[in-house]
Design a protein. Structure first.
Lengths: 810, 114
């Protein structure tokens, strides 16, 4: 018989736990849910837009009543549990309903805090917590004119804005002299206040409420200084308190919240608790992202897997008021041992403050320009060293060279018709309605449902902003990003296991790391195959079925299913005989398009798969090898003519480029890898937007790394200067090997260097001579295995057969 | 055994040996109905679908096969091999063809199912 799991509290944290549990252990428990509200589970953080009239209740339902039935869950909606009988292991509801449990999950949430002032029981004094409160506010907005919102925090301001939108005359009363003082410092708070005043909100602050006056219905609010304002509606939004009443009655240990361990168990190990009702390591959370992290852990523990632990969350905040861009995260107040970077543009309505400690970002406040909020939050959570970025950190990620969406930094103010994803043509309105109507919380979910950010990824920051703006910064951003849905391990963890456990095959990885899908998927198989052959080049076997089509067929698939063929032209230098051979092949196979590529080669487009092996054989006969124009591998080495011909040339750039290409061709890398060599600082080969760029100078060569000319234009960082071509080759081999060993699959050198820091690369490749030589040696070892022409291998009769149809029956 | 076995409304053709298709891979058969992709999963289940992704016509036979799914090589849409349907939240469906394996030989039905 299945074990009984009972959950008390039908809110977001609890239901997320149930959803996670159903995903990993669908048959383990018979589940019963008690909820005090008479609805299914709804997205509480979107109540503010409902109040503002921007969404409806239906828009924000996450699990309608039918969902419970479909998943075999017994739901007691509208039944409040009043007692837990821990000896008898059952819960008792107010109407007498009881349920037996083997495991109990408490998710009772929080209750709004009421100020202990006279008159708080009067008619027209309400809180802002659930659908019922919203309905009461909307009702009042239709009948009355004057409202006072007590509390200048997130909830208070959102309530005030909602009432204002319904035409009420709204005054916000705040005890402190800064709005959102838990999220903002004084200058940002002042900007926010000015902006809200411009929209018509009034403020009384600092002001302490002494009494609410009236006979039956509220009539006025009196402050401590004796002044009064007349009012018809008072919304109390001064804070929330964990709802511990039920747990306390049951004798569970509570402080401010129900105290839980890292496994989210209360002091009674059969009883778990998640969400706003819990206190973990002394902290109570009121935002959704941490609650979702707790839900994942609780589900993992309830399923008996027991490998996830909750270690607390770093949170970020956004205000859900249309058109106001505001973001804060971490420890933004600064103090001893902290440094502050500040940017103030009062006329432009922009304020940015970043707080650093030991060269790491520990806090951020952004007002008016929040495009980089998610980037800062990522730097903060991952503890990325920002020493190398200090000079431009305040100006945001775009100033690292990202020209992808450089112009846009305020998605909040964009119209719904604004295109966010330029690859798949997805507009802001489509993304926002998918987030609300389909109840999406993560970037991956938005990608699956809308395709936004699912192609080149350059709009990821904008989509994360939309998530944050729509959900109020409460969207869930995992601390450790799993490699793919087949595993909970990150790229770095998987790679470490391959290295340490000496895993040399996909099967060994799947078994050792307990992969959830026996075959893996199209995301993890290519990544794992790369990690295996890069880590154990002499032992791992390259698995063609774990290769993306282009690398499996050694040609680039095109939109119509044909392929393109690009022979290698060393350093971009060719001969009439070679050109003649290419021309003959193009004619023989009736190639429809011949195109000069950006990498100084010739692309033969529109080739049928079954013609590939014969064409390769002909090209091999003319002395060509594969150009690997299709691979996560060394692509081209672009050169200018250099000192051999150019009157300005200082070194033989073509000779150096050809030597580099002979050294590096055939190597597999985490993503494509491009090299260029320019013969003088005029840099005609555009070496400063390549992964590895070489610029000749009078005294030798200047080496550059981490450039990119694609989605995110990024100029290179200068690595160092060397004097001889031998050194160029050694540094190049060492740098490529470091990139091969350290970067995550599909991470170009540009984002990799931004993640690990140029200092790290310099310390390994420039400063450490022994280490550099060791890196170069490992590169050469790998090249001995992999530097071979795949075309020659596949042109054999046996391999060529696999490029033909299995059968033709026409 | 004859290369073509007649069935009531089905036309079965011997297309090759199971071992001609790589596990977690596919080979194609050119037929009057169009190009048909014949897939072989890691546990030697065999499925046949029209080799055209319902999204933008990509050749499904070149996709990465995992479990009972293939990821289209052009834009990554997942197609369930057994049903021919796109995996939610994507929508779309591709023609299925019957296929069976006897004594290590693969027989394909040239009339689409459903």
């Amino acid at each position: 018989m299945k074990k009984q799991l009972v959950m008390v509290g039908n809110g977001m944290a609890g239901m997320k736990t149930i959803e996670e549990l159903l995903a990993i252990a669908p048959d383990q428990y018979q589940i019963t849910v008690f909820g005090a509200e008479p609805y299914g589970n709804y997205n509480r953080i979107l109540l503010s837009p409902v109040l503002a009239g921007e969404k409806t209740i239906d828009d924000i339902m996450l699990n309608p009543l039918e969902w419970y039935a479909e998943n075999g869950i017994t739901l007691h909606a509208g039944k409040e549990v009043i007692e837990i009988d821990r000896h008898g292991r059952r819960v008792i509801a107010a109407d007498g309903t009881t349920a037996h449990y083997d495991r109990l999950l408490l998710a009772t949430g929080s209750v709004p805090f009421m100020l202990p002032v006279p008159g708080r029981d009067l008619d027209g004094v309400i809180t802002f917590r659930d659908i019922h409160d919203v309905e009461r506010m909307l009702d009042a907005a239709g009948k009355y004119r004057r409202a006072v919102v007590i509390g200048g925090g997130l909830l208070g301001l959102e309530a005030a804005y909602g009432l204002l939108r319904h035409g009420m005359d709204v005054t916000v009363v705040h005890l402190m002299d800064t709005l959102l003082e838990r999220q903002l410092d004084a200058p940002a708070g002042a900007l926010l206040k000015a902006s809200l005043e411009a929209r018509g909100l009034k403020f009384a602050m600092p002001a302490q409420t002494e009494a609410i006056l009236g006979s039956e219905r509220v009539e006025a609010v009196r402050f401590k200084d004796g002044s009064e304002i007349p009012v018809d509606l008072v919304v109390m939004a001064v804070g929330i308190r964990p709802n511990t009443a039920l747990a306390q009655r049951a004798g569970l240990y509570c402080e401010r919240g129900v105290v839980v361990s890292d496994t989210l168990q209360t002091f009674d190990p059969k009883i778990y608790a998640v969400g706003e009702c819990v206190q973990h390591r002394g902290v109570c959370y009121g935002l959704v992202a941490p609650l979702f992290e707790q839900a994942k852990v609780a589900a993992n523990q309830l399923a008996g897997l027991g490998f996830r632990y909750y270690e607390g969350s770093v949170t970020s905040t956004k205000l859900k008021v249309t058109g106001i861009d505001l973001f804060s995260a971490g420890d933004f107040q600064g103090g001893p041992g902290r440094e502050e970077l500040l940017l103030q543009d009062p006329a432009g309505g922009v304020y940015k403050k970043l707080v650093l400690k030991d060269d790491k970002l520990v806090g951020a406040v952004l007002y008016g320009a929040t495009a980089d909020g998610s980037w800062y939050f990522q730097l903060l959570r991952e503890g990325t060293p920002v020493k190398d970025l200090r000079e431009t950190l305040l100006f945001g990620q775009t100033n690292l060279g990202d020209a992808g969406h450089g112009g846009v930094n305020q998605v909040a103010n964009l119209p719904d018709s604004a295109q966010i994803c330029d690859c798949n043509g997805v507009c802001k309105g489509t993304i926002v309605s998918a987030i609300t109507e389909k109840g999406l919380f993560t970037l991956d979910e938005v990608r699956a449902h809308t395709k936004a950010s699912a192609s080149c990824g350059s709009c990821t920051g904008l989509v994360e902003q939309l998530l944050a703006h729509t959900l109020g910064g409460d969207y869930s951003k995992p601390t450790v990003k799993p490699m793919c849905p087949c595993t909970d391990h990150s790229h770095d963890q998987v790679r470490e296991a391959i290295r340490r456990q000496h895993l040399t095959s996909l099967k060994a990885v799947f078994e050792f790391l307990e992969w959830k899908n026996p075959d893996g998927c199209d995301k993890c198989r290519p990544a794992l195959n790369y990690y295996l052959i890069a880590t154990w080049p002499l032992e791992a076997v390259d698995d063609p079925q774990a290769r993306f089509v282009n690398e499996r067929n050694h040609a680039n698939i095109q939109k119509d299913g044909t392929y393109s063929v690009v022979p290698r032209i060393w350093g971009g230098v060719t001969t009439p005989a070679e050109l003649r051979a290419i021309a003959e092949v193009a004619e023989k196979y009736q190639v429809p398009t011949v195109k000069i590529t950006g990498g100084q080669r010739i692309d033969l487009l529109g080739v049928k798969k079954e013609d590939l092996p014969a064409m390769w054989a002909d090209l091999n006969d003319a002395g060509f090898v594969s150009g690997h124009a299709y691979g996560k591998s060394l692509r081209t080495v672009k050169t200018c003519v250099g000192s051999e011909w150019c009157r300005f040339g200082t070194q033989d750039s073509t000779g150096c480029g050809i030597a580099l290409e002979k050294l590096t061709w055939g190597s597999w890398t985490p993503h494509k890898f491009k090299i260029a060599v320019s013969g003088c600082p005029r840099n005609c080969a555009e070496a400063t937007i390549k992964d590895f760029g070489v610029v000749a100078i009078e005294s030798g060569w200047e080496l550059h790394v981490g450039g990119n000319g694609g989605v995110k234009v990024r100029a290179t960082d200068v690595l160092c200067r060397v004097s001889t071509q031998e050194e160029v080759l050694e540094y190049c081999a060492a740098f490529m090997q470091l990139y091969r060993e350290e970067a995550r699959y599909l991470e170009r050198t540009a984002p990799w260097i931004e993640r690990v820091g140029l200092s790290f690369v310099k310390s390994r490749v420039v400063d450490d001579e022994v280490g550099r030589k060791a890196l170069a040696k490992r590169f050469h070892e790998s090249q001995r295995v992999f530097q071979k022409d795949p075309w020659a291998e596949h042109a054999t009769a046996e391999r060529a057969r696999t490029f033909m149809p299995l059968k033709e029956v026409i | 055994m004859a290369a073509v076995i007649s069935d009531t409304a089905q036309e079965w053709v011997l297309v090759g040996a199971l071992e001609d298709i790589p596990p977690r891979g596919a080979r194609i058969v050119r037929a009057r109905a169009g190009t048909i992709a014949v897939f072989r999963t890691s546990d030697d289940e065999v499925y046949a679908l029209l080799d055209r992704c319902p999204h933008k016509g990509g050749p499904l036979s070149e996709g990465i096969v995992h479990g009972c799914r293939v990821a289209c090589p052009l834009h990554g849409m997942y197609i369930d091999l057994a049903s021919g349907k796109a995996v939610a939240p994507d929508e779309g469906e591709v023609l299925r063809f019957p296929v069976r394996v006897e004594d290590g030989k693969v027989y394909l039905g040239l009339v689409a199912e459903g």
